[in-house]
Structures are given as structure tokens and as C-alpha cells.
Design a protein around this ligand. Structure first.
Ligand SMILES: [Zn+2]
Length: 301
């Protein structure tokens, strides 16, 4: 099987007559990055892959510069899983689960107890928005559909896939009715929507993971009128920095920081997403708390 060119890209399209927008994403190296970052068991890898695909798909709802985050919180086997992405589709993610367990359940719902999904949208300028939906469906995709139905009354279809093994890939599709004010159009649209959703439902993981995005779309929608936009690149990239770490340290009392240094020699902050270490000594702490612009030229160690 030769390499497909549309991997690590997000493809947007529009069914103009039906008032339905669509997206398709295929992730390979973006996904591989997260798999390389920690020894996740397969079921957690799948969860992270689906979260990644979903974050890329939901990214298109951003109409401004900023960030979108999909965070799972639960008191069950999975404690927490998060993927966030910037408006230009740089994704990062991490998960924490009960690592004392040697065997994990296969089913989505068995991973969580009192679980919910928090969707956070953080514009670069402006107020942060948060939406929450319970994890009481049998797949992440179904939970996200439920979220859109509850919070925005928008009919949405989400399909998410992730595979491990020799060729790890993640991906998925999203269909959504365009917001409209007329109720009459809504009824007509829901029929059109149902038709396109049924076509999309025939997509199999092996097709999504082995065919070019264009070929997938042709296979699904060759009888429909669909406008296809230029694809956007997706990649794994962490936007942590020494500066943002300093920002966090500024909220901790100087005495407390100095006592950690006295005990441990230095303050080591490890980024949970990319595992970069940021190290600070007593001199750094003095500078950070002097109000003076800290040494930005220092690179991560
Ligand atoms: Zn990082």
C-alpha cells in the first residue's frame, strides 16, 4: 500500500443545496507523535486518536484565532484525557488512566465513571467559552453529536476512527447543518442531511486509512453536488514555552520556590504534552519575582 498524500490534512467541503457542511481528516504522523510520547495501552491510544481527529474536525468551528480543547474527565479507569489544537491545526494531547490495571476494558463506556467531556474554546482575544456533555453514549463520536444537539440545536454527524498496529492512523468525518433561522428550511434540511449522513455512514475505517481524501469523497458523494475547499495541514506541535512556564511560577511565592531549590537543587517543570523540561535555579527565581522581564533567550533544557 503506497503512502497517501492527504494524510495529516483536514479537508473541508460544502453541500450548498442541502445547507450541510462537511469535513474529513486523516492523521498519521500527528497521531504517531502522541503514541511516541508515552506507553499508552491500545484502548487509550484509540481514545487519544479519536480525540485528536475530533479536535481537528471541531477546529473548523473556530471563526477566530485561538484554541479549542476537548477534555475528558472521569472518576473511572480513565482519569483524564485531553487534546487541544490551535486555529492553525497544531494539535497536542495527553491521557492519564489507572496504570495499576493490567487489563483494560474494550468498550468506550466502561472506561469512565461519572465521565464528561468538556469542550473549551479560547479565543486569542475575548472570552473563553466552555460546553459540557456527559459521556453517557457508547462512543466519543455519539457524545459529540449529543453535545451539538444540546448546546447549539445543530444536527451533526461525527464518525471517528483510530487504528494501531503497523500503520497507526486516526481520522474521521463531520457533517453539520448550517445554522439557519427558518424552521421550514430546517425540516427540508433534515431530510437532505439524513441522506448525506447515510452516505457518510458507509465509510469504513480501512477506506479512510488507505484512500486519498478525494477518492473517499468520490466514493461517498459522487452523485451529490459538493464544493471542496483547499485542504489544511494538521500537525502535532506543542506551544509550551519557557515564558509560559515562568508565568506559572510567578503565581507561586518566592519563598516557596527557593525552598524547593534548597531541597532539590532546581525547579524542574516538565511539559505534560511534549515532555520538555524547563529548569530554574535560584537566580532565575530572583529574576522572575523581581518583575524584571526574565531571560527569554534561555532555551529549554
Ligand atoms: Zn510542551
Amino acid at each position: 500500500m503506497s503512502e497517501i498524500a492527504s494524510v495529516d490534512q483536514l479537508q473541508r467541503f460544502l453541500f450548498n443545496q442541502a445547507n450541510v457542511r462537511g469535513e474529513l481528516v486523516q492523521l498519521k504522523s500527528t497521531y504517531q507523535h502522541i503514541l511516541d510520547s508515552y506507553a499508552y495501552p491500545p484502548v487509550i491510544q484509540t481514545l487519544l486518536g479519536e480525540l485528536m481527529a475530533a479536535t481537528a474536525l471541531l477546529n473548523a468551528t473556530l471563526k477566530f484565532e485561538g484554541e479549542i480543547g476537548l477534555q475528558i474527565q472521569s472518576e473511572g479507569i480513565v482519569k483524564y484525557a485531553v487534546v487541544n489544537g490551535t486555529h492553525d491545526l497544531k494539535l497536542r494531547g495527553v491521557a492519564r488512566w489507572d496504570e495499576t490495571l493490567t487489563e483494560l476494558p474494550e468498550s468506550f463506556s466502561a472506561l469512565f465513571s461519572k465521565g464528561y467531556l468538556v469542550i473549551t474554546i479560547t479565543p486569542k482575544d475575548g472570552e473563553r467559552y466552555q460546553g459540557i456533555v456527559g459521556l453517557d453514549q457508547d462512543s466519543l463520536a455519539a457524545c459529540i453529536e449529543e453535545y451539538f444537539l444540546q448546546s447549539e440545536q445543530l444536527m451533526t454527524q461525527v464518525r471517528l476512527f483510530a487504528q494501531q498496529g503497523e500503520k497507526p492512523m486516526a481520522g474521521g468525518t463531520l457533517l453539520q447543518v448550517l445554522p439557519t433561522s427558518s424552521e421550514a428550511t430546517n425540516v427540508a434540511e433534515s431530510t437532505e442531511f439524513g441522506h448525506i449522513a447515510a452516505l457518510t455512514d458507509t465509510l469504513k475505517a480501512e477506506e479512510l486509512f488507505s484512500l486519498e481524501a478525494n477518492d473517499v469523497m468520490y466514493r461517498l458523494y459522487h452523485q451529490e453536488e459538493v464544493e471542496v475547499f483547499t485542504p489544511a495541514d494538521v500537525k502535532f506541535e506543542c506551544h509550551c514555552s519557557r515564558e509560559s512556564t515562568i508565568g506559572a511560577l510567578q503565581n507561586i511565592a518566592k519563598e516557596e520556590l527557593l525552598s524547593i531549590i534548597a531541597e532539590e537543587g532546581a525547579i524542574k517543570m516538565n511539559c505534560q504534552f511534549c515532555h520538555t523540561d524547563y529548569v530554574f535555579d535560584a537566580m532565575d527565581v530572583e529574576t522572575i519575582h523581581s518583575g524584571f522581564d526574565p531571560d527569554a533567550s534561555k532555551t529549554a533544557q
